[in-house]
Design a protein around this ligand. Structure first.
Ligand code: DSN
Length: 429
């Protein structure tokens, strides 16, 4: 089980922390994880994260560092970049960003001046806070304008409106990407509009990067996108981190490198770069493509069950790893109530606002859930259908303690049947 780590030294030195680690291991092993942005890393990845590279400062880039002692960090970062480029079919990669938000922010600063316009997807229609929500500091620096879905029942983006707003506001960047949108985007349409208005195209693929790497969904680079940013720990099943990829422009790549360091983020975390390199190696294997395809099949199986029970799904279903259900209008259960009752039975997911939600963000109408983590554990379609049935049964019985105990036992049995694996591939290269 990859959730059980050797923590002998922590146990001998700091019993309180050891106890918390064992607690989290127990939770991960015995519960069912449906948060679509979470996953399990392999033991090889854990070992890299816990390696001596954590001791090293490696500011700047390979062969032009400020500090000495870079004999092993330089080839490490070069290998990591080479694997990232191979995986996403592009020329340049910056593997140093600590997560998705710094990856996005570094990209904005690389390509825009204060006051420049960036056109991104509205948060309530599936976009992300770092796409310029008014609560963020970057929204005070750049002028973010938004596009939405034409119809939340189908999920189709309003490309005509996107084009109209782009012509009117002349954005420097047109940003595609989301954290709560279950459909494929028409990347070619984004590229056409961007070329018409002279904008750079950027895809924040944090949620679906693993599906792109595993050939299960379209790669925005194939349609001519300039930049992809992503986190590395969602469908990708890698350590927590960020990644910026550039399809072919050396000029853009140089600006991004300069923006990450020295512009925004200083010392890179080389133990995480090591873990990214290990994980990129895993994702380059045929096993990873099988995994990515199964994520989609499992999500479709869950869609089927929710539809059978007449539960409203935003966009009508899913083409990727996640689903967004309006549990308030369908079951009279708020998103927060659903999250709480599902936590009680051992199923973890998150409450989520839905398009044009009438409820408040801290207790919205929806729940968001997905299949990357259960697929890592080996769930197939029947198992996914079973967990979907248990979710619905729990929400319908939110005040019935006996029923909830019964469901929790079934969830535990499923978790026991599918232990978190140690490794996903035999070897890489
Ligand atoms: N927290 C991530 C997610 O769950 O989608 C995005 O930042």
């Amino acid at each position: 089980m990859s959730t059980t780590q050797d923590i002998t030294y922590i146990q001998n030195q700091d019993a309180k922390i050891a106890e918390l680690i064992r607690g989290e291991e127990w939770r991960e092993e015995n519960g069912i994880e449906l948060i679509p942005s979470e996953n399990y890393v392999s033991q090889a990845c854990h070992e890299a994260m816990g390696s001596v590279f954590t001791n090293k400062y490696s500011e700047w880039y390979p062969h032009k560092r400020y500090y000495g002692g870079q004999d092993f960090t330089d080839p490490l970062e070069e290998l990591c970049i080479e694997r990232a480029c191979k995986l996403f079919n592009c020329k340049y990669a910056n593997v140093q960003t600590h997560s998705g938000a710094p990856a996005n922010i570094a990209t904005y600063f690389a390509l825009c001046e204060p006051g420049d316009t960036i056109l991104g997807m509205d948060l309530s229609h599936g976009g992300h806070l770092t796409h310029g929500h008014p609560v963020t500091y970057i929204s005070k620096i750049f002028n973010f304008v938004r596009y939405k879905m034409k119809d939340p029942e189908t999920g189709e983006i309003d490309y005509e409106e996107l084009r109209r707003v782009a012509l009117e506001t002349k954005p420097k960047i047109i940003l595609a990407g989301f954290s709560a949108y279950p459909r494929e985007l028409d990347y070619a349409k984004f590229v056409d509009i961007a070329r018409e208005v002279g904008a750079i195209t950027m895809a924040d693929m944090a949620h679906i990067a693993g599906l792109i790497a595993g050939w299960a969904v379209k790669n925005p680079f194939d349609a001519g996108f300039d930049i992809i940013t992503t986190t590395t720990h969602k469908t990708l099943r890698w350590p927590r981190g960020g990644l910026i990829l550039v399809r072919e422009s050396e000029e853009i790549a140089k600006k991004i490198d300069k923006s990450v360091f020295p512009g925004l983020q200083w010392g890179p975390h080389m133990h995480i770069v090591a873990a990214k390199a290990v994980a990129f190696g895993e994702a380059l294997t045929p096993e990873f493509r099988t995994y990515a395809a199964q994520i989609l099949k499992n999500a479709k199986a869950m869609e089927e069950v929710f539809k059978k029970h007449n539960i409203r799904l935003i966009t009508g279903g899913t083409d990727n790893h996640l689903l967004l259900a309006d549990v308030w209008s369908s079951l009279g259960v708020s998103g927060k109530e659903a999250q709480t009752v599902l936590d009680e039975v051992g199923i973890t997911l998150n409450m989520n606002s839905i398009a044009d939600d009438t409820r408040k963000p801290m207790d919205p109408s929806g729940i968001r859930f997905g299949t990357p983590a259960i697929t890592t554990r080996g769930f197939m379609e029947d198992d996914s259908r079973e967990i979907a049935e248990l979710m619905i049964e729990a929400m319908k019985n939110k005040d019935n303690t006996e029923k909830k105990i019964e469901i929790r036992e079934k969830v535990r049995a499923l978790a026991k049947k599918f232990p978190v694996p140690d490794t996903f591939v035999r070897h890489v290269d």
